[in-house]
Design a protein. Structure first.
Length: 465
């Protein structure tokens, strides 16, 4: 049975309801019986999916969209203080609830598994959600992307497990108190909110400190994750179990082999004295590590690791994580959400392995001025792994421009690293540019966290013509 809906969530209004995190929470609440409404800047497939669940979705932001009897207004950190619906809520005295508090309330009374880390959260959360569903456990889940199978980012299930992606970008993941937490990696990102690695570590330490009594912290092989484990262990919480995942002999869940096979990998993991072999339906070493972390976390949540390993083979991908969009004129077009240099390098290396002797072309859209200012050189270095790249203007998302910060920072670094990089300022021109570059057998990777994903179908249509 579904846990009771918190009183504040009986008639919630979501500002920016079409966002990946917001829409998932709204969907689960609607499935639990809440009367959900919200607004978003424009219509979208996400908004249409919410309407199918009985959610009222207003287009645009206006004070009159907020019902007088709303029990709460749910916001994310991206909502600006001058939003008219937020101002109206203040006039009416309606409580303002952050997205993370709303999600935390949904996990109450369930066995919660929270997946954190600078990279890989969406994939790992998705792997767990799919595997638990395959095992017939009917989990609830909230993910930052749409699963390839069910085609949704969130679901209410009647089972006892809730799997949630835990976002560190604004420190909101500190609101959760899971039974099992995964931290895949810890790196400096989200420069508008974190000034140093010390601040990053402090934030992740607070997240780990919220684990329930007797809980488990699963950490990846990344040096930042292992440093976090050292810090958490030094804090002296004796009831907490730390499980390490990686290829090293000292790892509790040790990855014994990763065998590439086109757009898949065969993976073997030793855990608790037994070896488990299964297929990961996306290429690349980092996705194999994600699957191993999912296996270790599920085992510590009380699941049979042998059954879970086989259930992980049911995972067929998640939107924008090396997602094959189609093939035209002998050219395969794949979409990647990678926007941090580490993610870019990992996905480009994975695609290099999958492409073999074929050429790899990249359409990259930088995300955020602050990230480009801090990591533009490293982004350019990553693009040197491609045979050719097109670099778009910066996608601003929630940020205002920073003087002097443009895509030229990335282009200069890419060329210095030996990359063949071309600037394209008009996104609409990209299909023609790629059609002029690509030849049969090539792979084209659209990459970035902004609206570059829209170009995949357009590139395919242009190639087909």
């Amino acid at each position: 049975m579904a846990p009771a809906i918190p009183a504040a969530m009986e008639r919630p209004h979501f500002i920016g309801i079409g966002g990946a995190g917001m829409s998932g929470i709204a969907k689960i609440l609607a499935q639990r019986g809440a009367k959900v409404a919200g607004s978003d800047a424009k219509d979208s497939p996400t908004a249409e999916a919410l309407r199918a669940h009985g959610v009222t979705v207003h287009l645009g932001h206006a004070a009159e969209h907020l019902a007088d009897d709303a029990s709460a207004v749910v916001v994310s950190s991206a909502i600006r203080a001058d939003n008219p619906e937020l101002a109206r809520a203040a006039e009416l005295g309606i409580p303002i609830v952050h997205r993370s508090d709303a999600l935390a309330s949904l996990m109450d009374g369930l066995t919660a598994i929270a997946v954190a880390g600078t990279h890989g959260k969406t994939t790992t959360t998705s792997m767990l959600a799919v595997a638990l569903t395959e095992l017939g456990l009917d989990p609830s889940y909230a993910i930052g992307g749409d699963l390839a199978g069910p085609g949704t980012n969130a679901r209410h299930g009647d089972g006892e497990v809730f799997v949630a992606e835990a976002d560190e970008s604004d420190r909101s993941f500190q609101k959760y108190d899971p039974q099992v937490a995964i931290v895949l990696n810890v790196e400096l990102d989200h420069h508008a909110n974190y000034a140093s690695m010390d601040e990053i570590y402090e934030s992740f330490e607070k997240f780990a400190a919220k684990l329930r009594p007797g809980g488990t912290l699963v950490v990846g092989e990344h040096s930042g994750a292992r440093e976090l484990a050292r810090r958490v262990a030094a804090a002296g919480r004796e009831d907490l179990r730390i499980v390490t995942v990686g290829e090293g002999e000292d790892s509790d869940a040790r990855i014994l082999k990763i065998v590439p096979n086109g757009m898949k990998s065969e993976v073997a993991v030793a855990l608790d004295g037994a070896e488990h072999t299964f297929t990961v339906s996306v290429p690349g070493r980092h996705y194999a590590h994600n699957a191993a972390a999912a296996l270790a976390a599920g085992a510590r949540a009380g699941l049979d690791p042998a059954a879970l390993a086989q259930a992980l083979t049911a995972y067929t991908g998640v939107g924008r994580r090396l997602q094959l969009k189609g093939e035209a004129a002998g050219v395969q077009v794949i979409d990647s959400y990678a926007h941090h240099p580490t993610e870019m390098t990992a996905d480009l290396e994975a695609m290099r392995g999958a492409a073999g002797d074929s050429r790899l072309l990249v359409v990259f859209q930088p995300h955020l001025f602050s990230r480009t200012q801090e990591l533009g050189k490293e982004m350019g270095d990553a693009l040197a792994l491609a045979d050719g790249s097109v670099v778009l203007d910066i996608y601003p998302a929630r940020e205002d421009p920073i003087p002097g910060v443009t895509s030229e920072l990335i282009l200069d670094a890419a060329r210095a690293a030996g990359a063949d990089a071309t600037p394209v300022h008009d996104k609409d021109a990209v299909p023609d540019v790629i059609a002029g570059m690509a030849r049969p057998g090539d792979f084209v990777l659209t990459m970035g966290a902004g609206d570059v994903t829209d170009l995949g179908p357009r590139i395919l249509a242009r190639l087909a013509n």
